[in-house]
Design a protein around this ligand. Structure first.
Ligand SMILES: C[C@@]1(CC(=O)O)C2=NC(=C\c3[nH]c(c(CCC(=O)O)c3CC(=O)O)Cc3[nH]c(c(CC(=O)O)c3CCC(=O)O)/C=C3\N/C(=C\2)[C@@H](CCC(=O)O)[C@]3(C)CC(=O)O)/[C@H]1CCC(=O)O
Ligand SMILES: NC(=O)c1ccc[n+]([C@@H]2O[C@H](COP(=O)([O-])OP(=O)(O)OC[C@H]3O[C@@H](n4cnc5c(N)ncnc54)[C@H](O)[C@@H]3O)[C@@H](O)[C@H]2O)c1
Length: 205
C-alpha cells in the first residue's frame, strides 16, 4: 500500500528525461505546481518547445547521462526506451523521488489522475493497476464537483482563518467549521452574509 502525500514543488528541480507525449503530460502537471523543470531529450514536442522558448523550462538537448539528475529533487524517466529509463532509475539516489513511466517497480512514487478545483485537489490512483480506470473515475468525480468549488474552497479558507483567530471556545469553533461545509450552506446565494448570520448566532448562544 502506498503513502499518499501532496508535494510542494515550488522552486524545486524536477528533471524529466524524454520529451514525448507522456513527458509532456507530466511536465504540464509539474509546471502547474510551479516546479523548476529541466527536460533532457534530443527531441521534444511542440508544447515543450514552446515552454523552452518562453524560458518556462530548461531544455538540455542531449541523450541522458547520469549527471543530469544529480541536483534533482524529483525525477521522471519518460523516454520510449526501457533501457534508458532503467539507467535513469539506477542513477537516482535513494533519497530522490523517482518515477519510471514504463516500469512501476523501479519507481518510488506514482502520478495519480487528478481533479482540481482551486485549492481542492482530488487524486485517484490504482497504484499502476489500471491508469485507464483511474482516469475514468476522476472524470466521474469531476462531474460531481463543478468549477465553482474553487471559489467555495477559497471562501472556506478565509472563514477558517477568521474562526481560528476569533473563536476561543472549541465547541463553537467546531460548530462553525462544520456548518460552513454543509451542503445547504454551500448552495446558499451569499456565503459572506450567511456566515455573518451564522457567526452571530453561534457566538450569541
Ligand atoms: C493517471 C495518469 C497520470 C499521469 O500520467 O499524469 C497515469 N497514467 C495516465 C494515463 C494512461 N497511462 C496509460 C494509458 C493507456 C492505456 C493503458 O495502458 O491503460 C493511459 C490512458 C490515457 O492516456 O488516456 C498507459 C500506461 N501507464 C503506465 C504504464 C506502464 C505500466 O503499467 O507499467 C502504461 C502502459 C504503457 C504502454 O505499454 O503503452 C504507468 C503509469 N501510469 C500512471 C499514471 C501511473 C499509475 C497510475 C495509477 O495509479 O493507476 C504509472 C504506474 C506510472 C506513472 O506514470 O506515474 C494518466 C491519466 C491522466 C488523466 O487523468 O488524464
Ligand atoms: N506512464 C504513463 O502514463 C504512460 C502512458 C503511455 C505510455 N507510457 C510509456 O511511456 C513511454 C514513452 O511514451 P511517449 O508516447 O511519450 O514516447 P515518445 O516516442 O512520444 O517520446 C519519447 C521521447 O524520449 C526521448 N528519448 C529517447 N531516447 C532518449 C535518451 N537516450 N535520452 C533522453 N531522451 C530520449 C525522445 O527524444 C522522445 O522525446 C512509452 O514507451 C510507454 O511505454 C507510459
Amino acid at each position: 500500500m502506498s503513502y499518499p502525500i501532496m508535494l510542494d514543488m515550488t522552486n524545486k528541480q524536477a528533471v524529466v528525461v524524454g520529451g514525448g507525449k507522456v513527458a509532456e503530460r507530466k511536465i504540464r502537471g509539474l509546471k502547474e505546481a510551479n516546479a523548476n523543470v529541466v527536460v533532457v531529450a534530443p527531441e521534444i514536442t511542440e508544447y515543450i518547445q514552446q515552454l523552452a522558448d518562453e524560458g518556462a523550462l530548461v531544455w538540455r538537448k542531449k541523450y541522458f547521462s547520469p549527471d543530469d539528475v544529480e541536483d534533482a529533487f524529483l525525477i521522471i524517466a519518460a523516454t520510449n526506451n526501457r533501457e534508458v529509463n532503467k539507467a535513469v532509475a539506477q542513477a537516482a539516489q535513494p533519497y530522490q523521488l523517482i518515477n519510471v513511466v514504463d516500469t512501476s517497480a523501479q519507481s518510488n512514487f506514482y502520478v495519480p489522475s487528478i481533479v482540481r478545483r482551486g485549492k481542492l485537489t482530488i487524486a485517484v490512483s490504482t497504484e499502476g493497476a489500471s491508469p485507464t480506470l483511474a482516469k475514468k473515475i476522476s472524470r466521474e468525480i469531476a462531474e460531481m464537483y463543478d468549477e465553482d468549488y474553487g471559489n467555495y474552497i477559497d471562501f472556506l479558507y478565509e472563514c477558517r482563518q477568521y474562526i481560528l483567530q476569533n473563536v476561543g471556545d472549541s465547541h463553537k469553533k467546531q460548530q462553525l467549521l462544520q456548518a460552513i461545509t454543509d451542503e445547504e450552506f454551500r448552495k446558499g446565494a451569499n456565503w459572506e452574509k450567511e456566515f455573518q448570520k451564522l457567526f452571530e448566532q453561534v457566538m450569541g448562544e
